[in-house]
Design a protein around this ligand. Structure first.
Ligand SMILES: NC(=O)c1ccc[n+]([C@@H]2O[C@H](COP(=O)([O-])OP(=O)(O)OC[C@H]3O[C@@H](n4cnc5c(N)ncnc54)[C@H](OP(=O)(O)O)[C@@H]3O)[C@@H](O)[C@H]2O)c1
Length: 323
């Protein structure tokens, strides 16, 4: 395996980094999404291919990686840890998540209690083979734990140097406001893409006003916004149970995405790159987390970094998608 400490600055393509809201984290706007490493929902991926994709990301200058303890009950963290072995620690920003208390027999339940967060953070650190986590996120809102307890655990982890910053994912604006009355949650990770641009009237304006770091997930709508589907495909992974990937709905969505082709061609981008670049045009959105299975996919995503559309092209994209 290549020793990544040998990758000198000159060999690393410089993708411009941005500050993630009011946090101290400097990240690339393209983040490597690691759900696909979990070996469960997205089917089995060869470990070597995943590790190679992480190496490719580092070589291309991507410094931001998003994973979760829940992705394959720790497996995605372990594989990411392996991929990052040998990388200079200060060069990478690792985000992971906590929410489900999970057990070896596969059962799980929500648990953001103080003790569980403190314990689970240690487990994530071991799996990732790291001394600290850059961004520790609540994967979802736990209605049965007082938000003050969650914040107190996060602050303790920060004080002890085990995490650098903390944030949330899948919180409504009300839940996020509540959390912020108890702690300095500096980032949100919501679902957002150009076919289902959720949060544009509430969460995103709030984040903009409060200088919250926003990293959106499913920016390619699980692959649909790459334009590679006709609407006839059948899936054995989680998309097989997703109504947006079945029947007439799937054909209709695939047709809308095909409308992007002339715009992408004119701008010299692929449909995936156009989708990511257009998503990053939203003033509240700092980062797109791109779910990645191989080196080719992260390479294509990186091609969207730094590509600004003019406002007419942006609206042409939204119109082509009917949103
Ligand atoms: N916080 C949360 O609750 C939450 C939820 C979901 C995801 N996430 C995070 O966000 C990341 C991304 O979200 P996501 O995985 O739901 O969706 P996504 O990024 O919209 O789609 C990922 C899928 O798109 C396809 N793809 C990616 N790049 C491609 C390329 N260049 N060419 C062709 N196909 C490509 C791959 O699927 P195929 O190759 O199989 O077609 C990949 O599995 C996850 O990995 C995870 O880190 C967080």
């Amino acid at each position: 395996m290549r020793d990544l400490t040998d990758v000198g600055e000159s060999e690393v393509t410089q993708v411009e980094k941005i500050r993630l809201g009011s946090s101290e984290l400097m990240v690339t706007p393209i983040c490597f999404g690691c759900w696909q490493m979990g070996q469960t929902f997205w089917g089995k991926q060869p470990k070597d291919t995943l590790v190679e994709a992480v190496h490719k990301a580092l070589e291309l200058g991507v410094n931001f990686f998003d994973t979760a303890d829940a992705y394959g009950d720790g497996e995605a963290e372990r594989i990411l840890g392996e991929g990052l072995k040998g990388a200079r620690r200060e060069r990478v920003v690792v985000a992971t998540k906590v929410f489900h208390h999970f057990y070896e027999d596969g059962s799980r339940h929500p648990d953001l209690s103080r003790d569980y967060i403190l314990w689970e953070c240690e487990q994530s650190l071991k799996r990732l083979n790291l001394d600290y986590i850059d961004l520790y996120q609540c994967h979802s809102f736990d209605p049965y734990t007082h938000p003050g307890d969650v914040a107190s655990a996060m602050e303790k982890l920060k004080e002890s140097g085990k995490i650098k910053a903390y944030g949330v994912s899948n919180f409504s604006i009300e839940q996020f406001r509540l959390a912020r009355t108890f702690g300095n949650f500096t980032t949100v990770q919501p679902f957002y893409n150009l076919i289902e641009p959720k949060g544009e009237t509430d969460l995103l304006p709030y984040c903009l006003a409060e200088d919250i770091g926003v990293l959106v997930y499913s920016p390619l709508m699980r692959g649909l916004l790459t334009g590679k589907f006709t609407g006839e495909e059948k899936f054995e992974d989680l998309r097989g149970n997703d109504d947006r990937f079945k029947g007439e709905k799937f054909k209709e969505l695939a047709g809308r995405v095909r409308n992007l082709k002339p715009i992408a061609d004119r701008l010299g981008l692929t449909i995936a790159q156009l989708s990511l670049a257009a998503t990053l045009m939203h003033p509240a959105i700092h980062v797109v987390i791109v779910g990645t299975k191989n080196a080719k996919q992260i390479e294509e995503a990186v091609g969207a970094a730094g590509k600004r559309l003019n406002i007419a092209d942006y609206h042409a994209v939204r119109k082509a998608l009917g949103t």
